[in-house]
Design a protein. Structure first.
Length: 344
């Protein structure tokens, strides 16, 4: 899939969701009117409940599986109420109330949407009483065929896959990390300590956490990679936060940090590796960052004999944090490489 297409989908995903719902709704309405489908109103409800609140294909699939399961169970339970003889009308309504109550109870469990759909389907099928089995069957049938049309529109009509948004968020996170890291390095060089905002980094991780369920539905075989990416990014954020929020200008080892041979060049090289990783995500072709390629891992500070222990702690600590940031970026490049290789 081309980057231009993905950028288009990401930019207009809200409008495209409206478009898909509208097309599905129009198609179902046309079938209902032309074929004069009895109780067609229930078919029109389906694209709205199935696609209206979920913008991503993975989310639609997740909801659709619950909806179809809920509809099947609800239809079976609702139709079973018609086995009660008509002369026991009161028993029909008592059973009806208890089955709905049971479904609502399970709405608090693992599959809430499915349980709610069970309750709604029971109401749709059996709520009018035990007299009209034909209408109950039509309502059940209408829910199923309209769900198939809704799914077809969600999957094949300019689908908005969560995977596009997930990796766009990764790219944005890495770009924000690069900006923060470069600004930190510049302040260390200038000896200043201006506040650096980190809210955008946390926001990007928040976006990815929200998308995680959707991408796992779209690519279940790669869910381990998605989880690893999120874990590593959380560690990267932690390292960046420590670098930025620590007042290194007030540390005892400040001068040793400034005079550490090769440190500035090594940090600039790390920024370059990060920039290359961003380009790799954009181009869907990531090169693994090998440890031997990381200059920071080859910077060896020489502790002064009899020196101040406090200054040595901050001195080595600063180098360790930068090294750990580099290691996490290397780990991230490996997981990204695994993902892109598995999709080709």
């Amino acid at each position: 899939m081309s980057n231009h297409y993905e950028h288009f989908i990401i930019k207009y995903h809200n409008w495209l969701r409206v478009f898909r719902v509208l097309v599905a709704f129009t198609a179902i309405l046309t079938i209902v009117l032309l074929a004069e489908v009895p109780y067609g109103t229930w078919a029109l409800i389906t694209p709205i409940t199935l696609m209206g609140t979920v913008p991503y294909t993975g989310g639609v699939l997740f909801i659709a599986k619950q909806r179809i399961l809920g509809t099947a169970i609800g239809a079976a339970v609702g139709l079973s109420l018609f086995l009660i003889p008509v002369k026991f009308e009161l028993l029909h309504y008592i059973s009806f109330v208890f089955t709905v109550a049971g479904a609502i109870y399970f709405a608090q469990k693992k599959y809430p949407h499915a349980a709610v759909i069970v309750a709604l389907t029971i109401v749709i099928i059996a709520g009018a009483g035990p007299y009209d089995l034909s209408s109950a069957l039509w309502r059940t049938f209408n829910i199923f065929w309209s769900a198939l049309i809704s799914l077809a529109c969600a999957f094949w009509l300019l689908p908005s896959r969560a995977i596009y948004h997930y990796f766009d968020s990764i790219k944005s996170f890495l770009s924000a990390c690069l900006d923060v890291y470069c600004e930190h390095n510049q302040q260390m060089k200038d000896g200043t300590a201006e506040p650096i905002l980190l809210e955008s980094l946390s926001a990007r991780l928040g976006e990815q956490r929200k998308l995680l369920q959707h991408v796992k539905e779209e690519r279940p075989e790669q869910k381990e990679i998605f989880l690893q990416l999120l874990v590593i990014e959380r560690r990267i954020l932690t390292m960046v936060e420590i670098l930025v929020l620590t007042r290194w200008s007030r540390q005892k080892g400040r001068r040793k940090i400034e005079e550490m041979e090769g440190l500035v060049d090594a940090k600039n090289q790390l920024a370059g590796l990060l920039d290359g990783l961003i380009e790799g995500v954009e181009g869907k072709s990531v090169r693994i960052i090998e440890w031997d390629d990381i200059a920071l891992l080859h910077v060896v500070p020489e502790a002064e004999g009899g020196g101040d222990v406090g200054s040595d702690i901050s001195w080595f600590g600063y180098l360790w944090i930068n090294r750990e940031l580099a290691r996490q970026l290397a780990g991230l490049s490996l997981q990204l490489k695994r993902f892109y290789d598995s999709t080709h």
